[in-house]
Write a protein of this length. Structure first.
Length: 158
């Protein structure tokens, strides 16, 4: 069954229940980041951004939220995120334009950008790999996908 991000709290409760059903525990060390990362979540859907942010914080990461590309650029200059979860379909400045702009910020030229999209088309995955995205995830994203991705990438940093 697919669960869509309608309300942050509802999604949080669903995730907590799903983890408990699977025998996991939110306080379990497997859900806590060994090396907390600075993460930026960029999504014009307020509920989606807040939900993902809270889940990442539960895993021990330091998370900031932006709701459009312009806010992401401004925030990134000071916050210097190690990873950006970036929605592709945003008004005014889409995810492709935002990714290109983020890579031009001094010190962020090699930032890891993970495309988040509701589109599961192969052409979008190809397009995202040809621009500035390191990875592509289709919404709704499962937290275990994100945890595996961040663990793999975090190990590559050390």
């Amino acid at each position: 069954m697919r669960y869509y991000l309608i309300k942050s709290y509802a999604y949080y409760l669903h995730t907590k229940i799903a983890l408990q059903i699977n025998g996991d525990n939110l306080n379990n060390k497997s859900h806590t980041a060994i090396n907390p990362l600075r993460l930026l979540v960029v999504d014009d859907n307020l509920d989606a951004a807040e939900s993902l942010s809270r889940l990442l914080e539960l895993n021990g990461h330091i998370v900031e939220i932006a709701h459009d590309g312009f806010e992401a650029i401004k925030l990134s200059k000071a916050f210097k995120p190690q990873y950006v979860f970036l929605d592709i379909a945003m008004p005014d400045m889409n995810g492709y334009e935002t990714a290109d702009a983020l890579k031009k910020i001094p010190g962020l030229e090699n930032i890891n950008i993970i495309a988040l999209t509701g589109w599961d088309a192969e052409s979008e995955q190809i397009k995202s790999s040809k621009t500035r995205f390191n990875h592509h995830l289709t919404k709704p994203v499962r937290i275990d996908q994100i945890n595996r991705l961040l663990a793999l990438e975090n190990n590559n940093l050390h």
